[in-house]
Design a protein around this ligand. Structure first.
Ligand SMILES: *Cc1c(COP(=O)(O)O)cnc(C)c1O
Length: 469
């Protein structure tokens, strides 16, 4: 192993050249890469080698065993879940994150000061999404961890309202959480935080064909709590139909009642990038905390998301995540260290890919990505609407198309159709259940996707449905 390590160190430039060549070949042929690998024979798990092989040989082994099962998930026709691509600048930032290998904690002091990059990137995010600067933000692995982080501070706040320090004492009573259509990751976060997903009070939606919160029902449920403080989890873009809660109305309720307002705007928050769609998030800046994913519409590599918590709660946030027994309780920004503000301790310079990408393409670059994706989704929605075999399950509100087979008698064939469609390797979509129907979601979140892709997708769907019928 000593020899291999020494050789590798001497040959680092050669090794990086190999990776660079392979990487650019991959990215340049991404559009042709299969979006799924049906009937794949997954290689058996290998044993740990005694002496190792050295990196060049390991690249060969990887290429033989695992490279063929890498799917084009950052390609133009991967519409499953909410899957963003990677901009060239974000790839550059991601590579350099690895090269520099900082342990991103602090803004000053001895050793690493890379958190300055992170604070600047959070500032860019606020400016991109036209949010005021009074949010304290940081990077975590995904919107799940962002929801977790925000709800952890919410829990500390709720405890304080009940004269408890939950971080120190634990959760000893029922805390109420009100919500209409939470993302599964918020429910998971409630479980992790000891708040218990059963303690969620489900608010009605605006109607059977909506996922947005019914404001009259919300107010009714609030009144039933009889002055007890609570947490409200609201949606800035649901995954099925990209429905938005009415933030203007919720803001009014917040003036009247005492609650922590969290918005999960994992991808819907990017509506703020466009003059045409920013009305969807009007007044969201009045929330106490907001979740924004970066590996979705910001088009940076996994794992990247931001939490935003109002700066006035930074003491609560520090109590929640404090990593020492004698926390510094002066001005936390004076001695700012991320390890006292979020779940992880050691962490990479997660913000750098986002920093690169926002620097490289600016506000207008992201406006164009968002508007292009929405226009593709609308055009795809129009093709669905005018087809003989498919129908929309919800209007196309932003960038996601939720549809099913036109003939309700064929509900049992939706899964089969989707499986056959995905097996073509030309497009990837994911299943859902909405408004009493088995459905399919197609989410447009990738900067690369074009009209040609939409037409190819629709043609492929028509070929597959002919086989199903
Ligand atoms: C994707 C998504 C999440 C979960 O995000 P991860 O990045 O997968 O952790 C949470 N909320 C919403 C609305 C989402 O779209």
């Amino acid at each position: 192993m000593k020899e291999h390590l020494k050789n590798d160190a001497v040959n680092i430039s050669h090794l990086l050249d190999i990776i660079k060549k392979q990487g650019s070949e991959y990215l340049n042929s991404l559009a042709d890469r299969a979006t799924s690998v049906p009937n794949v024979s997954v290689p058996e798990l290998a044993d740990l080698p005694e002496n190792g092989y050295g990196t060049e040989e390991v690249i060969r082994i990887f290429n033989e065993r695992f490279e063929p099962v890498m799917v084009g998930s950052s390609g133009p026709r991967y519409l499953g879940f909410v899957t963003g691509g990677t901009t060239p600048a974000s790839v550059a930032g991601d590579w350099l994150t690895t090269i520099y290998d900082q342990n991103t904690q602090s803004t000053k002091g001895q050793g690493d000061i890379s958190a300055n990059v992170e604070l600047e990137t959070v500032k860019f995010i606020l400016e991109l999404l036209e949010l005021p600067h009074h949010f304290l933000g940081g990077f975590v692995t995904g919107a799940t961890m962002s929801n977790f982080t925000c709800l952890a501070v919410a829990r500390q706040w709720l405890g304080k309202e009940k004269s408890r320090d939950v971080a120190k004492e634990g959760v000893s009573e029922v805390f109420r959480v009100l919500t209409a259509t939470p993302h599964s990751s918020s429910v998971k976060s409630l479980a992790l935080l000891g708040l218990g997903s059963n303690n969620m009070i489900k608010i009605k939606t605006e109607g059977s064909d909506r996922e947005a919160i019914s404001v009259p029902d919300l107010e009714e449920q609030i009144k039933r709590l009889d002055g007890e403080p609570f947490i409200l989890i609201s949606s800035g873009g649901t995954v099925n139909t990209v429905d938005f809660d009415d933030f203007m109305e919720i803001r009014k309720l917040k003036e009247q009642y005492n609650f922590w307002w969290h918005i999960d705007a994992a991808f819907g928050g990017f509506a703020a990038c466009s003059e045409h769609y920013k009305h969807l998030v009007k007044d969201w800046e009045y929330a106490d905390s907001i979740t924004v994913d970066c590996h979705k519409w910001l088009n940076v590599p996994y794992e990247s998301a931001v939490f935003l918590v109002k700066e006035e709660y930074r003491i609560l946030q520090m109590e929640t995540f404090q990593n020492s027994n004698a926390p510094y309780l002066g001005d936390p920004l004076d001695n700012f260290g991320y390890l006292n503000f979020l779940p992880e301790n050691s962490r990479r310079l997660k913000a750098l890919p986002a920093w690169f990408s926002m620097m490289a393409y600016g506000k207008n670059g992201y406006r164009d990505i968002v508007e292009n994706n929405v226009s593709l989704a609308r055009n795809f929605g129009r093709l669905i609407e005018n087809s003989n075999d498919f129908k929309l399950l919800a209007p196309v509100r932003l960038n996601t198309v939720c549809f099913t087979l036109k003939d309700d008698a064929k509900q049992n064939e939706v899964e089969k159709f989707l499986e056959m469609l995905n097996d073509t390797g030309k497009v990837f979509m994911t299943p859902t259940f909405y408004n009493q129907h088995k459905g399919i979601r197609a989410a447009f979140v990738n900067w690369i996707t074009s009209e040609t892709d939409v037409q190819l997708i629709f043609d492929t769907m028509n070929e597959v449905i002919a086989d199903v019928n």
